[in-house]
Design a protein around this ligand. Structure first.
Ligand SMILES: Nc1ncnc2c1ncn2[C@@H]1O[C@H](COP(=O)(O)OP(=O)(O)OP(=O)(O)O)[C@@H](O)[C@H]1O
Ligand SMILES: [Mg+2]
Length: 259
């Protein structure tokens, strides 16, 4: 079972490049993520989602406030919290298979998990590209390889920054199902940043809605539906409308439809 995460009064100000002063990327963020929970952070571009995830990972420091993971203060990155970045982070000089191998070796899990490599390659539909280098893959393939490489070594807490953002819709839905399956099997704590309202509803038990400039928590919504979820169900649509309204997009859509 994954660790709980406490986000307590986290603010982040980036220093400005000129006399105009800095950017308040995050302003007093508070949230408690339960052990083994799947939570999405949803908000428009620039509202501070990646910044918050990097601070949870220990890759960046908050200007004020604290992150707790399993009750302990987060100071530095730790292999128990793996992060899937918004852009793929494969090593260009290694094949897809070697990228996964390297990740397992560098976290000392190679012996124990080497037999899983084939399974991960198949999950990402990359078996026939296992010996290809990143530059020989499409953007979506690179993103899939990067995602499974992180999931292969994932442990307590998995932090995902738009992990499916670069994928076509159908691949995206297939991998959403795989993410749900993996999460339910392993019970890691999953925190996923997304722009996609449907993706947040399909995957998460709770959605943290953020508003921009400065980045704040607008609301935290429960999605009390059982898994696997049905994208076409009435409840699903209900949550969709609710979230779109809160993000102030629903009204615009209705106006568009009445033209
Ligand atoms: N290293 C940095 N230096 C200065 N400003 C930064 C830095 N990183 C982020 N920012 C600023 O902080 C704000 C939040 O950025 P962040 O990348 O967290 O947004 P986001 O919600 O992840 O956006 P997107 O959905 O486009 O990925 C933006 O205004 C951005 O310009
Ligand atoms: Mg981002």
């Amino acid at each position: 079972m994954g660790a709980s995460i406490g986000i307590k009064g986290v603010s982040k100000v980036f220093a400005g490049h000129d006399e105009k002063g800095g950017v308040v990327a995050l302003d007093n963020i508070n949230a408690d993520i339960r052990s083994g929970e799947f939570v999405s952070i949803l908000g428009t571009s620039g509202c501070g989602k990646s910044t918050l995830l990097r601070i949870i990972a220990g890759l960046d420091k908050a200007t004020s406030g604290t992150i707790f993971c399993g009750g302990e203060t987060v100071i530095n990155p730790d292999p128990s919290r793996s992060l899937v970045f918004q852009e793929h982070t494969l090593f260009p000089w290694m094949t897809v298979r070697d990228n996964i191998k390297f990740a397992l070796k560098s976290t000392r899990q190679y012996k124990e998990k080497r037999h899983e490599i084939a399974e991960w390659l198949s999950l990402a539909d990359l078996e026939s590209f296992a010996d290809s280098y990143p530059h020989q893959l499409s953007g979506g393939m690179r993103q899939r390889a990067s995602l499974v490489r992180t999931l292969a070594v994932a442990s307590d807490v998995v932090l995902l920054d738009e992990p499916l953002g670069a994928l076509d819709n159908f691949t995206r839905m297939t991998l959403q199902d795989e993410l749900v399956r993996l999460w339910r099997e392993r019970r890691s704590t999953m925190v996923m940043v997304t722009h996609d309202v449907d993706e947040a509803i399909y995957l998460s038990q709770r959605v943290i809605l953020m508003s921009p400039r400065p980045g704040r928590v607008k609301n935290i919504l429960d999605i009390p539906m059982s898994y696997p979820r049905d994208r076409a169900s009435g409840d699903f649509m209900g949550f969709r409308v609710n979230i779109l309204k809160q993000l102030e997009f629903a009204k615009t859509m209705q106006e568009d439809y009445t033209i």
